[in-house]
Design a protein around this ligand. Sequence first.
Ligand code: AP5
Ligand code: MG
Length: 217
Amino acid sequence: MNIILLGPPGAGKGTQASRLEAERGMVQLSTGDMLRAARKADTPLGHQVAEVMDSGALVSDEIVSALIDEKLGTLSVDQGTIFDGYPRTAPQAESLDEILDAHDRALDFVIELVVDEDALVERITGRFTCANCGAGYHDKFKLPKVEGTCDVCGHHEFKRRPDDNEETVRTRMAEYRAKTAPILPIYEAKGLVRAVDGMADIAEVGAQIDAILDGKA
Ligand code: AP5
Ligand code: MG
């Protein structure tokens, strides 16, 4: 199964993709995570994209599509995939069609996380992750079970993303409205879109997605 999680910054794409990866053995393909890894590893690509990412603008279509193509080449066709934060523009959606074709894959669903923009700033500015394993948390909605200790790996240090400040979040949302939301009709025309209430709590959003994947919704 190959699915896209589509929604604005803070909609819960990463939260749900990593849960699906853990519970179903699907592979999370997050272009944001790939770009952050390139920055962390100090690669030329990382240097090239740093400023754009920190401004909240989108990096070039060619760069992200190449990352996805390369990553799919490392997977076997029976491994399911979750596209998280890709595609984000009409040209990326076209590239994804070609890339999936080339890797003998087809899209099953585009899951739209429908959220109220006003709530997203709070979600994003409250987000933090384990500095060791990357597990995601939130100051209000998802605290570690033991204060200051990662639930997954027991590490005690956490970090926040440089683009998770209110000003940059506004730019990221404007980019979503201008360039990403317009790709939904492409997938609606193909009958692939399933809407999920992204304002429900994390477990409920997960249950709604599971019902779709299991053919019960
Ligand atoms: P990217 O990393 O993809 O960021 P984003 O799309 O802005 O989305 P986020 O990761 O901020 O949100 P999310 O939906 O994953 O939410 P999360 O689950 O963490 O991209 C970053 C940058 O990279 C871009 O700005 C761009 O520069 C570049 N880039 C990446 N891909 C690109 C592409 N394809 N093309 C061009 N440029 C690209 O949840 C947020 C918080 O809320 C968490 O703390 C979580 O615990 C909490 N939460 C989640 N669900 C719920 C819920 N239901 N209720 C309450 N809290 C919740
Ligand atoms: Mg994310």
